[in-house]
Write a protein that binds this ligand. Structure first.
Ligand SMILES: NC(=O)c1ccc[n+]([C@@H]2O[C@H](COP(=O)([O-])OP(=O)(O)OC[C@H]3O[C@@H](n4cnc5c(N)ncnc54)[C@H](OP(=O)(O)O)[C@@H]3O)[C@@H](O)[C@H]2O)c1
Length: 344
């Protein structure tokens, strides 16, 4: 049964007193997405966690409002974000209806399909049948006419790439999305997808891989492919879900992602080795007057090829802190070398 909270987006009963800050574009640096016309904020906000059914909607609303006030114009969703699946899009839809309708043309809203969404053979992976039905469902949940970016969330080993890319091309031609992207594709799959999409006339705008100090796999090949293909790069889990912050230096707080013992960050992921590394990195950050979370973002943005750092947040203050971190100077060669030593 649809919970009471989830009225249709247009019937949102949230307070509608929001007026965006007039200073919202004063400080946020924007970067170009590959060889496209689209600029994205250096920090984007993802709704994977903290926008589910059990999360207080007032907090979700406060995070979205504060982010937009700071120049975060890009909001990233997926069909399965919640829990349960679909809940983050419904939460976003309610808040969008209350607060952001007047700002739609100032926002870049993305969603994805690829993971398990509904029972039967058409509820996941990369068929045309699934992708198009899923995007139609997402648009309804969010109360939107179109999304700015629609992603294939993961490569499908069984569906021909031509079919998946053909479906992405179709969602653009049919007006459901303005641009398309791929996520979690290997360098080879990315090159091939890009070729197919270019031939169809719908170039691939973005790739969305994981990237942070603890997971540097994209340096081994993907970044080179993205550069050659002119595809932008929006990186997820820049703080390794919170491990690259000071949150776990003195144990596991009950209100943290690991403390809530969800599926994706478990207490056992907060290992002694991780905490020791975080402590050393935090010391480097302190020498610069930064927090570890701010350093983690500065470190990623050292690469001009990264279009945007896609953060998650459980409260507005976390977004504020990361935004404030953008005004620090770039890392020096010595600081880079010190960080490399910590990561060995
Ligand atoms: N394409 C994909 O397959 C894929 C996969 C995963 C994620 N994503 C996208 O990437 C987005 C971000 O992922 P993520 O949530 O893992 O990113 P993340 O930024 O690495 O982790 C976010 C978590 O770090 C903690 N945090 C954030 N700012 C902090 C600060 N200033 N100080 C201390 N702790 C701080 C918070 O944890 P607490 O809750 O403990 O406060 C927050 O929930 C997702 O929302 C989603 O849009 C995409």
């Amino acid at each position: 049964m649809t919970p009471q909270r989830f009225l249709s987006p247009t019937a949102s009963q949230l307070p509608t007193t929001y007026l965006a800050s007039t200073a919202r574009y004063d400080q946020m640096p924007f970067r170009r997405a590959g060889r496209s016309g689209l600029l994205l904020p250096s920090i984007s906000l993802g709704l994977w966690q903290n926008f589910g059914e059990a999360d207080p909607i007032a907090t979700s609303q406060a995070i979205l409002r504060r982010s937009f006030d700071l120049g975060v114009t890009h909001f990233d969703l997926a069909n399965n974000y919640g829990p349960p699946q679909g809940a983050a899009e419904r939460t976003f839809g309610q808040i969008f209806a209350a607060d952001f309708k007047a700002y739609r043309d100032e926002m870049v809203i993305s969603t994805k399909a690829g993971y398990d969404m509904w029972p039967g053979p058409y509820g996941e992976w990369g068929s045309r049948k699934y992708l198009i039905a899923s995007l139609d469902q997402s648009l309804k949940r969010m109360g939107l006419d179109y999304v700015d970016v629609f992603y294939s969330h993961r490569p499908d080993p069984e569906t021909p790439l031509e079919e998946t890319m053909g479906a992405l091309d179709h969602v653009v031609r049919s007006g459901r999305a303005l641009y398309v992207g791929i996520s979690n594709y290997s360098p080879e799959q990315t090159r091939e997808s890009s070729k197919i999409l270019r031939a169809l006339g719908t170039p691939c705008l973005l790739h969305q891989p994981r990237y942070n100090m603890f997971d540097r796999h994209i340096e081994a090949g993907l970044l080179k492919v993205l550069k050659e293909e002119g595809i932008g790069c929006v990186v997820f889990s820049p703080l390794a879900q919170g491990l690259l912050t000071e949150r776990y230096l003195e144990g596991i707080p009950g209100d943290s992602r690991a403390g809530k013992a969800g599926r994706f960050l478990k207490p056992e992921n907060v290992s002694q080795q991780v905490v020791d590394r975080a402590r050393k990195l935090a010391a480097i950050a302190r020498q610069r007057g930064q927090s570890l979370a701010q350093l983690a973002v500065t470190w990623i943005l050292r690469q001009p090829q990264i279009t945007s750092v896609l953060i998650g947040a459980s409260r507005p203050a976390q977004v504020e802190e990361l935004y404030a971190g953008l005004s620090f100077p770039p890392l020096t060669d010595n600081e880079m070398a010190e960080i490399e030593r910590c990561l060995q």
